[in-house]
Design a protein around this ligand. Structure first.
Ligand SMILES: NC(=O)C1=CN([C@@H]2O[C@H](COP(=O)(O)OP(=O)(O)OC[C@H]3O[C@@H](n4cnc5c(N)ncnc54)[C@H](O)[C@@H]3O)[C@@H](O)[C@H]2O)C=CC1
Ligand SMILES: CC(C)CC(=O)C(=O)O
Ligand SMILES: [Mg+2]
Length: 373
């Protein structure tokens, strides 16, 4: 009997449900085309879960994730909380707790460019073309998880940044190993001229480096890295960094490819994997059908890789490339001629459907409308 892959789907808030719907639609098509059984089970999370249960990560949702083979996550966050600094229960707490509970210590964020989108980048063609970076962001420690305090009078607050050896070693090995498979360069981004935690990162990463003699290791302060990312992104191969620096640097890096709506990620733990776009809930776009679903769809491709369904993952990535090269994109990538979130999803789904059936003549298929001429 065929294995059933249990996928927990947490669509979340804002555009989360819209972009996640497209990924689920496509995974269903992949299931049919490649004869995989996927079972999708939905859980609530974020603001949606606070409104429903008072808790941004209900126990039921956490249990669902624990009992699944992988988690497909959309985004959380809502202006009602963003604009209320006094709110004690917040959507983001749900995401941080989920990452911690599942032990998702490594967040992998690939940054690449597409030929037909180069002109969409605000940077010059010669700077952008050929950029291919893999960011390894530590995900369950650092300042986002340290002790927090706000004095009752609201006049004093702190957030502690803490790291331990164990929290650095695992992700460092993953980053070195990936660098070995790529262009063999690893850059640790830190602020070791100021922060003790950054000096700990440098010390430990330097200790590990001799195990990977074929990888060139270098170091860059985060302020300089923010500049270098825009001046010369091609100098980077694999980037390793702590939680907050990785969060910021990767949003900055999204500018290179033309839109944050393109960037997926995989959050990996010892025995769990969660797959999520790098963007947030983009509440201004909620319900308008304008959000780019590709970040979520490419996160689904990373999910397939994680389940070792590599052929399907490659097919999905090629289908996304085909949509982009065919200019079948949302408004963030083409203001003049654009398609809705679900039209882009349909185009990719149809391409997979029809290209897996060799008897159709490709040239004559009008993709996106499911019609064969
Ligand atoms: N992983 C998560 O769930 C994250 C949640 N958030 C939450 O999301 C909410 C909004 O935060 P923002 O700082 O505005 O970040 P955001 O990533 O939601 O949006 C920033 C800008 O990026 C662009 N954008 C984002 N997603 C896009 C898509 N799929 N297609 C096209 N353009 C897209 C839009 O121009 C948008 O104005 C907040 O509540 C925040 O806490 C923020 C980041 C990550
Ligand atoms: C709740 C935030 C830490 C989410 C975020 O910005 C991210 O993971 O990229
Ligand atoms: Mg972020």
């Amino acid at each position: 009997m065929r294995k059933t892959y249990k996928i927990a789907v947490l669509a979340g808030d804002g555009i989360g449900p819209e972009v996640t719907d497209e990924s689920v639609k496509i995974l269903k098509v992949i299931g049919e085309a490649f004869q995989y059984n996927f079972q999708f089970d939905y859980g609530v999370m974020g603001a949606e879960a606070i409104y429903e249960t008072g808790n941004p990560l209900p126990d039921k949702t956490l249990e669902l994730c624990r009992n699944s083979d992988a988690v497909l996550f959309g985004a959380i966050g809502d202006p009602a909380f963003d604009n209320n600094p006094d709110a004690k229960v917040r959507p983001e707490q749900g995401l941080l707790k989920l990452r911690k509970e599942l032990g998702l210590f490594a967040n992998i964020r690939p940054i690449k460019t597409y030929a037909s989108l180069i002109k969409k980048s605000p940077l010059k063609r010669e700077i952008v073309e050929g950029t291919d970076i893999q960011i390894y962001r530590e995900l369950i420690s650092g300042i986002y998880f340290g002790e927090k305090f706000t004095e009752e009078n609201g006049e004093y607050a702190y957030d502690l940044c803490k790291y331990s050896r164990e929290e650095i070693v695992g992700i460092a090995h993953l980053a070195f190993q990936d660098a070995q498979k790529r262009r063999k360069k690893l850059t640790l981004i830190d602020k070791a001229n100021v922060l003790d935690t950054s000096r700990l990162w440098r010390k430990i990463v330097k200790e590990i480096a001799p195990q990977y003699p074929d990888v060139e290791l270098d170091f860059m302060f985060v302020d300089n890295a923010a500049m270098q990312m825009i001046l010369n992104p091609k100098q980077f191969d694999v980037i390793l960094t702590e939680n907050m620096f990785g969060d910021i640097i990767s949003d900055e890096a999204s500018v290179i490819g033309g839109s944050i709506g393109l960037l997926p990620s995989a959050s990996i733990g010892e025995d769990s994997g969660l797959f999520e776009p790098i963007h947030g809930s983009y509440p201004q776009a909620k319900g308008k059908g304008i959000a780019n679903p590709i970040a979520s769809i490419l996160s689904a491709a990373m999910l397939l890789d994680y389940l070792e369904l590599t052929q399907a993952a490659d097919k999905l990535r090629k289908s996304v490339e085909h949509a982009i090269e065919s200019k079948y994109v949302t408004i963030d990538l083409n203001a003049e001629q654009h398609y809705s979130t679900s039209e882009v999803g349909d185009f990719i789904a149809d391409y997979i459907k029809f290209s897996e059936r060799s008897y159709y003549n490709f040239e004559n298929i009008q993709l996106g409308k499911s019609t064969i001429v």
